[in-house]
Design a protein around this ligand. Structure first.
Ligand SMILES: Cc1cc2nc3c(=O)[nH]c(=O)nc-3n(C[C@H](O)[C@H](O)[C@H](O)COP(=O)(O)O)c2cc1C
Length: 361
């Protein structure tokens, strides 16, 4: 096995480890999303016929039956292929959208393409591609790389993930996030030479701040997927992977690092007018209703869908159907017949979230 092959094998093993650790171990933050600090005002008179409630939205040129996307998680090996297939079947059944995980594996090794492209055998709905921001800097990726990723899955939009915490805690991590303008050039050149698809800046569970949102706006991102803290914690995932006690202790110190999702949404919304996706620790339709009410256009969910996908596509359908049902109940109770109305309902911000918004400069 040459060096390249052995490094590919290591990436494959790491991805499999992530899938199994995320499925069977406690990998979630101790702290919450702080969405519990958002209270939607109950409408005692309600004034809506439940059966008239419509959750449909249009996002990135595609219709979704509800404002829910499955976050990009995997690709690059046979188990990932099965997971992507199960998610694709479920989103097709329900009329929702999905992302694939980082496409780097197939950019480096074409033989892995079908572990991602399989999604197109099962859904014509919204599919979002995924590349790492750091690779534009350390590997000099450009518009040609984006084109390969888009073509691989006929992507409707591309997510570029920013994951400095994950990179610094992984033994294999890339640590140079300095020259972000390389991403700006790649996006501009891609849109000029190829297709004018939307680009989404995506975090992976530690969220974006107001300052980040300003930088992302300057880079030219059409949407921000906040992926704040309160759900999957990458430092917690890594705790299970390392054997060395000192490294474990270091990871424990950072296992609750990050901006809670509700705060990240407010920070981003304070300076950014593009599409905002509420994400990171979204675990119910009520969470989704709150994100939409405070200004998000859509929500995305990862961990619960990963767990369900390992049991089969029908399980994914069940989890997502439950979210849609809960979202509709919340809409009924605040008197909203559709998502546009839900965006305008009054709400109260309490506790830590309120303090943060007050003190945020
Ligand atoms: C097993 C697993 C693999 C993931 N791989 C990726 C990835 O390749 N690219 C990416 O942008 N995010 C990746 N994520 C992060 C998720 O998209 C999401 O941002 C994060 O898990 C927080 O959402 P959650 O709390 O709903 O899990 C992954 C998440 C999980 C659980």
């Amino acid at each position: 096995m040459d060096n390249n092959e052995s490094s590919m094998r290591e990436i494959e093993i790491r991805k499999l480890e992530h899938i199994f650790l995320c499925s069977y171990c406690d990998v979630e933050y101790d702290k919450t999303t702080l969405l519990e600090n958002v209270e939607l005002i109950h409408r005692g008179t309600c004034g809506v016929n439940f059966n008239d409630i419509e959750t449909e939205i249009k996002l990135f040129g595609k219709r979704l039956s509800a404002p829910i996307i499955v976050s990009g998680m995997t690709g690059g090996h046979s188990k990932a292929k099965e997971i992507n297939k199960n998610i694709a079947k479920a989103v097709e059944e329900l009329g929702l959208g999905m992302g694939v995980g980082s496409q780097r594996a197939a950019i480096v090794n074409k033989d892995l393409t079908d572990t991602y492209s399989i999604v197109r055998d099962y859904t014509s709905n919204l599919v979002i591609g995924n590349l790492g921001a750091v690779n534009f800097i350390v590997d000099n990726w450009d518009e040609e790389t984006i084109d390969k990723a888009v073509e691989m899955i006929d992507a409707d939009a591309m997510a570029i993930h920013f994951n400095p915490l994950q990179e610094i805690i992984q033994p294999e991590g890339d640590l140079n996030f300095k020259n972000l303008l390389k991403i700006k050039d790649a996006i501009i050149n891609y849109k000029k030479k190829y297709k004018n698809i939307p680009f989404i800046a995506k975090q992976v569970g530690e969220g974006f701040s107001r300052k980040d949102a300003l930088i992302l706006k300057d880079i030219g991102f059409d949407a921000i997927d906040v992926q704040g803290s309160g759900g999957t914690s990458w430092a917690k995932v890594e705790i299970y992977r390392v054997k060395d006690v000192n490294k474990k202790n270091l990871l424990k110190k950072f296992s609750n690092w990050g901006i809670p999702t509700a705060i990240s949404i407010f920070e981003v919304k304070s300076v950014y007018n593009g599409i905002v996706i509420g994400s990171g620790g979204i675990r119910s339709g009520l969470d989704i209703a709150k994100c939409i009410a405070v200004g998000c256009d859509c929500c995305s969910v990862a961990l619960p869908i990963l767990k369900a996908s390992l049991k089969g596509w029908e399980e994914v359908v069940k989890v997502l159907e439950e979210y849609i049902k809960e979202l509709k109940i919340a809409m009924f109770l605040v008197g909203s017949e559709n998502i546009e109305e839900l965006k305008k309902v009054p709400y109260v911000v309490k506790g830590t979230l309120r303090e943060w918004i007050k003190n945020c400069k």
